[in-house]
Write a protein that binds this ligand. Sequence first.
Ligand SMILES: Nc1ncnc2c1ncn2[C@@H]1O[C@H](COP(=O)(O)OP(=O)(O)OP(=O)(O)O)[C@@H](O)[C@H]1O
Length: 611
Amino acid sequence: MANIKVAVRARPLLSRELESQSPIVLDIKGQSTILFKSEAAVAVGEMRDASKEFIYDHSYWSVSSDDSHFASQEQIFSDLGHHILNSAFEGYNGCIFAYGQTGSGKTYTMMGNEQSPGLIPRICDGLFKGMKKNPNQVSYKVEVSYMEIYNEKVRDLLKMSVPSSNSPQHNLKVREHPKEGPYVENLSRHQVSDYQAIEELISIGNSFRVTAATKMNDVSSRSHAIFTITFMQAKYSHDIPSETVSKIHLVDLAGSERASQTGAEGQRLKEGGNINKSLVCLGNVIQALAEASSSSKKKNRFIPYRDSTLTWLLKDSLGGNSKTIMIATVSPCQYSYAETLSTLRYASRAKNIVNKPKINEDENVKLIRELREEIKRLMGIISNTDVESTLHLAVDLHNKEEKIQSLTRSWAGKWGDIQKIIEERDLALRSEGVKMTVASEQPHLLGVDEDRFGAGVVLYYLKSGDTTIGHVDAPIENDISFKSESIANFHCKITLLDYGESVYLHKLEGLSFVNQIPVEQDEPVKLSHSDTLKLGSNTYLRFNNPQEAMKLKEEASPMGTNNNTSNGSFASAVWSPLMNTSSNSLIQTLEQERDALRKRQEDIEHEYEDK
Ligand SMILES: Nc1ncnc2c1ncn2[C@@H]1O[C@H](COP(=O)(O)OP(=O)(O)OP(=O)(O)O)[C@@H](O)[C@H]1O
């Protein structure tokens, strides 16, 4: 929960104000903004309301640079812009909107000019500077869009209606996404990789904004402009991905105005009506939210977001998932007393709005992290448990790893910069050991590297028909060869029929065991998924049949295969949980299991020989 931050800024006197010698009726002291009646008004007896004091998060005096408490563009960026930027790097949405009477300094504060850039260019610049500080650990993606709401219609300031034409696409529809809320359909989003690219887009967009000269402002914005930065960050550290997406809305509202003051007629008057209408709606939303936050019946309070396009599009920024700042701009002159008072009251109401900002983390990434934690826990149990339980846990681990793999792939795939993420990831894994990944749907054997000092796990594919197994020095080369002295030249063969539906081990010259039972000459043994083979005295292998494993899993799980989010591959079933961990822990687990099996095997062999 966070209240909207509110700042007030008083601008310098404009030439017409200087000429009319309208007195200054505003003062700023710390966080206070004080509005008082002119001496002349006081002299005629209006003592009752001599001054009104309002306290905001910030009160800025930008009337004269000679004054000690003068607030420059730089200071405003440093207080408000940095707050929004830091929040964006943390993964929060942000919004700054400038509200005020026409000619009071909204565009100057938000956009500024070449000599004195405002918040929008400074925030964009700050964003890229921030990214440069962290180039190797995080991948970034920045997209911008720029629209205006003119006479209640949405126009894309960065997309022409016809490629060759000079007018922006207009009358875009506002729709609502069930999770992300209201958005503008077909609004163009432009990926940018440096500040210069954003600067160009800003200047294109600005050139399309509807402006007009009014009596109050030579270049008066006749529309509400919303500049949106979508900022995505992804990183992979300690084998755990993280991704956040922050949206920053920077809004320059059209000015509230009195028709008599602006001298508006015809088209300008119609614009003024629409501008005022949406500002009234904004006022109503602010009022309703402010009342809701102070009322005990918050939930029942109706907030009229849909009454105007502006409030509908800013729904999340007002009372929703965003860190929001309102800047109320005012003229310090007596001439604008009524408008200034109304702006200050508007701003005071906004102070009461409570938003609910949250870090916008990718759902899949959240799931990956939870699964990783669960795997860590299961790995802990595995190292302290017997072989049978280990196998059950291994199946569970496998499912979780498959899910992580699939989620990670689709997550990384979203990124243009996948390579970078993958490099980070492999780097993290390399620091733990050599990573081995196997994706096989073919029946295969898995074994520990024969070399005692090797750190590998070996996978042997079985082909359709016969796969021969024997000694490396056999006169005719076998399909699979071992160095061990207890392996005969033509030790055994495995026959794979009907694409893996039936798989048999045939004894040839050597002694072989399937699940500790010796295989007799001319009595081939049908192999089943997860059988353990011992060839000679010390070569241990595991038989995996992914298709069979898939069927077993379907039978075992009430949820069927839907449980498995992978692409259906059930590669190397039971061992695969280990494949995605470092090979050190894989070897350790295999060796533990091998030792246990070896002991049981020896006992059975002795019994067999005794008979
Ligand atoms: N803080 C400031 N310092 C110097 N000049 C300023 C400041 N604020 C506003 N001005 C000047 O005042 C004039 C009116 O400001 P601006 O156009 O920003 O008003 P606005 O509120 O955006 O008006 P509108 O609603 O009509 O678009 C401009 O000439 C601008 O340069």
